[in-house]
Design a protein. Structure first.
Lengths: 106, 119, 120, 119, 106, 120
């Protein structure tokens, strides 16, 4: 295995209801990645009050969004913020293994 | 690689509970090992065997128990958090065991990755 | 019994917390007691009404499909805040059912003219 | 004036539970009447008699029961929400009764004010 | 009793963590009052990122804050945003009775 | 057993949710297992450390007073984010105990250099 690239952050709150995602984005250090899960996936919507904020973060960090949570919420077919990668639970496990630690924000 | 999971939420309260279960199942389906699931805070409600959701609703308590019986996963309920909230031997679901917070710390020490699911 | 105007205020996204389905249950029971039932969807509550939801993906109960039957329960007042939709990049065409779209100031007045408020 | 209270949260989970209890006590100390407290969502955990907080911690379940025994307050647990979460006759604390959501609607009809405590 | 003056809104979430208070403030109609309880009382702090927002609302609506919740949080002796009235649970009951309905935001 | 660097991330206000006290319990147990325990307070978590808290007003457990004894548990790393204090109109003098005040960028780096993260 290569040197772990840094911290995998997870956020499970909607950016419209909670300050957790905004706080997490402000605390991403070098090599950190972010995985949006549960209500966190609403941040991936385009044309929202949060889209530009997430797009900016996507230019500096690897950003992932959990596919099953998009699908449950009716967002599977919609355009998403540029630079987001859709992953499944197997990928979530792989990402957790590849990063040094997992830091959950909620 | 060894994984451990911390569950902070109860069933029908927050999706974090279901995410924890799905993550546990994904670890078991991978080349990695799941050494323990620790239930803390409102997570202790996952171990209440009196839960009986109606037809068409998921029984998360039973789903956890199944992980223990079929895959031998170690399911540990924090004794203090459980007593506070009314989850103890009298209503403990099969496959769970009650122990102290030391089991959470030990999981953090023994596992390569500890993942928290909370709200 | 007397008939009152009940308002159910939905501000939470559908799956993250388990509250959305239980709110709808309460609204249906209120309707079965011949009360005047009003549903307001604002903030993240508007996500409850989005098309193409797949609760089965999470093995969750499909309460969204119940919205399709609201008229059968004599629930005609479904208010959705236009501003909340816009902030989330959504429009009326994204919604599962026909609703009464209102702006924030109007919804505020409508929510004030009610006998009983139940929120989640 | 007639008051009714809706409690959506459980003990040790959110302060809304304690606020509901304090509000109930304040109504009882006033010239007004408290016709019912309805426990819904995670609020059903307030009725779990197996809860046994340690010394120095507040026992909210017992505090509710006391309102029923000393002041005759009608404490109603939603049957469906309770079954989902494992609160039913087998572990129901004294002074609570289990019934349907109709009791919430009825409280809304009969009371002049219905106050929600949630999270 | 006089004609009820409008809706009594309660908010129990911190304005720094949750969008609930901001949303409530945007939905105050004529004659509405607001009572801050639980973590909502943090909005009453002066010199915070939210103070000015609350002070503006206080010039248009009656704003109350629950004393026991301030006290528990160590805020009892601190200066609060202008125009806020500190109340106790007996006042909470009285306010609920004096307003037409109570609308809880959380 | 091996000794790891545990980080307990406190982002929640003390009374609203019941999580703050149970987080502290977990940190104390980790210290008793001879682990390197680090406490980070940011966002609303900084409210946990405010002076003059009166949990007895709510008949809640007084876990804040336990902060005074952290050194006895060999917990020396207590990090507080300066930016979070400032946003809330607070300063170092409002805090119950001496802490290591760090800015947001520094705290982000410190939180990344840890073996186990437990958050609430």
């Amino acid at each position: 295995m290569n040197t772990p690239p840094g911290v995998l952050h997870t956020v499970n709150k909607s950016p419209f209801a909670s300050a957790s995602l905004e706080s997490c984005l402000r605390h991403l250090s070098e090599g950190a990645s972010l995985l949006l899960i549960e209500d966190g996936v609403y941040a991936a919507l385009t044309g929202s009050a949060f889209s530009e904020r997430l797009a900016t973060a996507a230019r500096q960090h690897a950003l992932y969004v959990l596919g099953p949570d998009l699908e449950a919420r009716g967002l599977a077919g919609r355009p998403l913020v540029d630079g987001l990668q859709i992953v499944d639970y197997q990928d979530f496990v792989r990402l957790a293994a590849e990063h040094a630690t997992v830091h959950a924000w909620f | 690689m060894k994984f451990a999971i911390l569950v902070n939420t109860g069933p029908f309260s927050h999706q974090a509970t279901e995410s924890a279960l799905a993550f546990a199942q994904a670890v078991l389906a991978s080349e990695h090992e799941l050494i323990r699931v620790f239930f803390y805070f409102d997570g202790v409600h996952n171990a209440n065997r009196l839960a009986a959701p109606s037809n068409g609703e998921r029984n998360l308590v039973r789903a956890w128990s199944k992980l223990a019986s079929e895959r031998g996963v170690d399911l540990v309920v924090c004794i203090a958090a459980g007593l506070r909230r009314g989850v103890r031997e009298a209503n403990l679901a099969p496959g769970f065991r009650i122990s102290g917070l030391g089991q959470l710390v030990e999981a953090g020490i023994l596992a390569d990755r500890l993942i928290t699911f909370g709200a | 019994m007397a008939s009152k105007r009940f308002l159910f205020v939905n501000r939470k996204a559908p799956f993250g917390s388990g509250q959305a389905g239980e709110m709808l249950d309460a609204a249906l029971i209120a309707a079965s007691f011949d009360q005047h039932v009003h549903l307001a969807f604002l903030d993240d509550g508007v996500f409850q009404l989005i098309k193409h939801q797949r609760p089965d993906t999470l093995e969750q109960r499909d309460f969204a499909s119940t919205f399709l039957d609201l008229a059968e329960y004599d629930i005609d007042h479904v208010w959705v805040e236009r501003d909340s939709l816009a902030e989330r990049g959504l429009t009326e065409t994204d919604l599962l059912i026909p609703v009464t779209l209102v702006d924030r100031a109007t919804l505020s007045r409508m929510m004030a003219d009610i006998d009983v408020v139940i929120s989640a």
